[in-house]
Design a protein around this ligand. Structure first.
Ligand SMILES: [Zn+2]
Ligand SMILES: [Zn+2]
Length: 101
């Protein structure tokens, strides 16, 4: 653990930097346990539920945009395949030109 301000080494229990007095950077709090337990009432919930069945609390979603990621991956795959075909045709044309001499 290093001071975010002066990069001096901090002890594990130091709340402030011993060199510059900068408060120790607080580690980002872990995301609320959003799989299986309602953050409001603690009731068990299904992982695909969007609202708590006990209290109606909206449940945080762990991965809000997996669909978009999938589409982006598909687009990149298409681009890669198109490029491969394009260069393949170029290479074939190149070799045909060479060997037709
Ligand atoms: Zn410091
Ligand atoms: Zn609840």
């Amino acid at each position: 653990m290093k001071c975010a301000n002066c990069h001096a080494e901090l002890g594990p229990a130091d709340q402030f930097c011993g060199s510059c007095g900068h408060p120790r950077a607080i580690a980002a709090p872990p995301l609320p346990a959003n799989r299986g337990v309602c953050p409001n009432c603690g009731a068990k919930c299904q992982s695909d539920e969007r609202f708590c069945g006990e209290c109606g609390q909206a449940l945080p979603t762990a991965s809000p945009q997996p669909a978009r990621e999938k589409i982006t991956n598909a687009i990149w795959t298409l681009i890669a395949v198109a490029l491969l075909i394009y260069f393949g045709i170029l290479a074939i044309g190149f070799f045909i030109t060479i060997f037709s001499w």
